[in-house]
Write a new protein. Structure first.
Lengths: 225, 174
């Protein structure tokens, strides 16, 4: 499969905290990569650098032919809107919008008409078994339901790369399985790449390979017996 | 758990008599089951025959306790290979893994590497079970889930141990 994302020697410090200390990672189309490691090791920072949300102090991220680290703010936000989907760890839905409006939002930002956007949003809500929540506001649904709505919002634009930070953290085993099967389906059918931060081994087991972040850099393990 | 590798790794620290080896083993790994002398001497005899240890001093007198054993280069290589090789993921691995991690610390090896290699082996098996789960029927899925959750318990233990390696190193080298 073709290489989509390639990060080299990423370094990022916050004050005196070294969040990334020379991290390298390649992600190909159709590949699910689990990013594991202790909390505070730099997983989220790595993901944010890959996605062009955070600019590393040094090092380079390439997305296909585009140097994400050198791209302008508007190029980066176009990338995030058009090519990437996000499931964040915390506070992801807009509280003033209904669930279906939340899911339709990325399409609306791309200029898709309201009716069409909501129709597509509704079909993703159905796939995640939260269609009944469509007209409710996020404050009126459970954490696990909200998480699934967020997954629907990440997938609605049919992104080339999905960045998911603990996407199953608020889900029970069956719903976690549903989300991971959907990611697997997108990877197999559409060649979607998934960068999946998780501390749950049974969730990481849906990945094609895992990388472990320790103290801001990556240790790769080869699982050979 | 591999007694011969454990004794071998304990010998890697320093040459030792059989009695001292048993004491060292019991102090660290023999919580519920101290070794019998018979096990120690039969294991040492096998290691000697295989060239993994040698006798480096014999004191005058009678009995097996006169001999002091030292690890050979082949023995060090054997320990290194054992350390680098993940254990086959199966239930009740903790005592083997615990032993391996403590011995890695005792012999100045990278204990994190031992844990990382094992995580890789566990995840590889979990992946295979996860794949099988999605292609099989409900009965397959339930059987696979059972195995997956047991492997997951091992992995949680590996993570926790990785997080406590600093503490463990201090306990091992007081
Ligand atoms: N915006 C920030 N400001 C200050 N420190 C941060 C910020 N983001 C992350 N850090 C610090 O960087 C380190 C890595 O954080 P993070 O990437 O969130 O780790 P993880 O996702 O593995 O838990 C931590 O010590 C964290 O406290
Ligand atoms: Mg994080």
């Amino acid at each position: 499969m073709s290489l989509l994302l390639s990060a080299r020697d990423l370094r990022k410090t916050y004050g005196s905290t070294v969040a990334l200390n020379g991290a390298d990672l390649d992600v190909s189309a159709g590949e699910i990569v689990a990013v594991m490691g202790p909390s505070g090791s730099g997983k989220s920072t790595l993901m944010h650098c890959l996605a062009g949300i955070v600019r590393p102090d040094s090092g380079r991220v390439l997305y296909r032919d585009l140097d994400v680290t050198a791209a302008s703010d508007s190029e980066r936000s176009a990338l995030r809107r058009g090519e990437f989907g996000f499931v964040f760890q915390f506070g992801q839905l807009v509280p003033e919008l209904t669930c279906v409006e939340n899911v339709a939002l990325p399409l609306r930002m791309e200029g898709v008409k309201r009716e069409e956007a909501e129709r597509r949003a509704q079909s993703w809500l159905e796939r995640l078994d939260v269609a009944d929540m469509a007209r409710k506001r996020p404050g009126r649904i459970s954490g696990g339901q909200g998480q699934r709505v967020a997954v629907a919002r990440a997938l609605v634009t049919e992104p080339r790369v999905v960045f998911a930070d603990e996407p199953t953290g608020a889900l029970d085993s069956l719903n976690g399985e549903m989300v991971m099967r959907l990611f697997t389906h997108c990877a197999e059918e559409f060649g979607t790449a998934v960068v999946l931060v998780t501390h749950e081994p049974s969730v990481a087991a849906y990945s094609h390979r895992e990388v472990v972040v320790r103290d801001g850099s990556i240790r790769t393990t080869a699982g050979t017996l | 758990m591999s007694l011969s590798h454990t004794l071998l790794a304990l010998l890697e620290r320093a040459p030792s008599h059989g009695y001292d080896l048993k004491q060292a083993f019991d102090a660290r790994f023999g919580h519920d089951r101290p070794l019998h002398y018979g096990q120690v001497y039969s294991t040492l005899a096998r290691l000697l025959k295989n060239g993994l240890i040698q006798i480096d001093a014999v004191e005058p007198g009678e009995g097996p306790e006169r001999k002091r054993y030292a690890i050979t280069d082949a023995g060090v290589t054997d320990v290194a290979e054992w350390m680098a090789r993940p254990e086959r993921p199966e239930p009740y691995l903790q005592s083997t893994l615990y032993t391996k991690v403590v011995l890695a610390l005792l012999t100045g090896r990278d204990a994190t590497e031992v844990l990382d290699v094992q995580r890789g082996a566990h995840l590889a098996l979990m992946r295979e079970l996860t794949r099988r789960k999605s292609t099989g029927d409900l009965a397959d899925a339930l059987i696979c889930d059972h195995a997956i959750f047991h492997l997951e318990a091992d992995l949680r233990w590996l993570e926790l141990t990785a997080a406590r390696l600093g503490q463990l190193a201090e306990a091992v080298h007081p």
